[in-house]
Design a protein around this ligand. Sequence first.
Ligand code: SAM
Length: 199
Amino acid sequence: MESLADSKVWADYNAAQATRSVRPLCLEAMALAGPGTGRGAIDLGCGAGKETLALLNGGWQVHAVDSLPDTRERLLGIAPDADGRLSIEVRAFQDLRGLPEADLIFAGYSLPFIHPDKFGGFWALMLNALRRPAMVAVNLFGDRDSWADVPEWNFHTEAEARQLFDGLAILKFEVYDADGQSFRGPKHWHIFDVIARKP
Ligand SMILES: C[S@@+](CC[C@H](N)C(=O)[O-])C[C@H]1O[C@@H](n2cnc3c(N)ncnc32)[C@H](O)[C@@H]1O
């Protein structure tokens, strides 16, 4: 269960996202997936809704998931004319019992915030939602990240992260391992940007 403190952190984070551009990882996955018209995408941890909007603009039918209580209002505020192509689920990932079938799943900086005890079950559910063929694009956190001592979040060695995509073709696996800034101050980032295709 997400705490109120987490909700406040994410609300502040998402409010600061208004001026950034669409995540390049999402754009790359969209380009690899091909035209969205008539096809389904899921945005996991949609936050400010930037990638949800980009997917809608690309013609996709989008299922947007986030645990923040005001997610529906936020998304309808930026995408009032989605023509029935937007469904919104306000729920924590670990509480999902299913997801609609999808041709593309994007999860931008959101899956690391699942409790490690719940991550495996969620990951299986997510991969199960992918059609054949389908594309998945996610950011995962590595074991050298300075947040890796937070027991409620999940981190992976590079080998573990690669193993998560067993049975899928990895199209991109980029490692970012450098000091930088976060919304909580300076930190070391260890991030895996991954795009994979379910055959
Ligand atoms: C760092 S923000 C990323 C938002 C957006 N995807 C982006 O790339 O900017 C993480 C988002 O995931 C959501 N989130 C975090 N943990 C979650 C969980 N366990 N279940 C559902 N949503 C969660 C937060 O509410 C927040 O909107």
